[in-house]
Ligand binder design. Structure first.
Ligand code: FE2
Length: 180
């Protein structure tokens, strides 16, 4: 059945994942953008790393955005929701200061990495192009996560609360994106 050298096919799941991940990257941009702004008041020492994270997230969004355009697909339905939610989450957590900013990155990126890993595995055979795009951003997400670990002791009670809220918001955004 397998013919010689075929162009890797797009799949319905790959298309959906592209839209969800593109919206998710937009959400991450909004989180880091508002954290960067508010950190000017509450945690100036975090601004440089937040600016670095923003550069990564913009690159990730443009990778998925270019793929959407190439396939003639629209943005995901949760794009605006991710933007608004990201701004709110970023502002609220940055108001709580340096530790909450770091806890947000750790929580957000650990959920994102788990989903990216599952998506890669699911798409490796059916939509290798999207699997490759995902592979190209994983290292940045891991680095952002690891770079935030040195900032805090996550066992503090209130930071566990921040972490739980960020995890649930991130999971909800991804779940909604896959369902809508
Ligand atoms: Fe990202």
């Amino acid at each position: 059945m397998d013919g010689p050298a075929t162009i890797p096919a797009a799949s319905a799941l790959g298309n959906l994942v592209l839209r969800v991940d593109h919206a998710g990257e937009q959400g991450a941009i909004c989180v880091y953008r508002s954290q960067w702004a508010v950190a000017g008041l509450t945690a100036p020492s975090m601004r440089e790393r937040l600016a670095d994270f923003l550069v990564h997230e913009k690159r990730h969004r443009s990778i998925f955005g270019a793929a959407l355009m190439k396939r003639g697909l629209p943005r995901g339905r949760t794009y605006a929701l991710c933007s608004a939610g990201g701004y709110v989450l970023g502002a609220v957590t940055a108001l709580m200061g340096r530790r909450a900013i770091a806890a947000t990155t750790i929580a957000l990126e650990s959920v994102v990495m788990r989903h990216l890993g599952a998506q890669r595995a699911q798409l490796a055979a059916t939509d290798p192009v999207v699997a490759e795009l995902i592979a190209s951003i994983v290292e940045d997400e891991q680095m952002q996560h690891d770079r935030s670990l040195d900032q805090i002791d996550l066992d503090r009670g209130w930071l566990r609360g921040v972490s739980l809220i960020v995890r649930q918001a991130t999971e909800a955004a991804i779940w909604l994106g896959m369902k809508l």
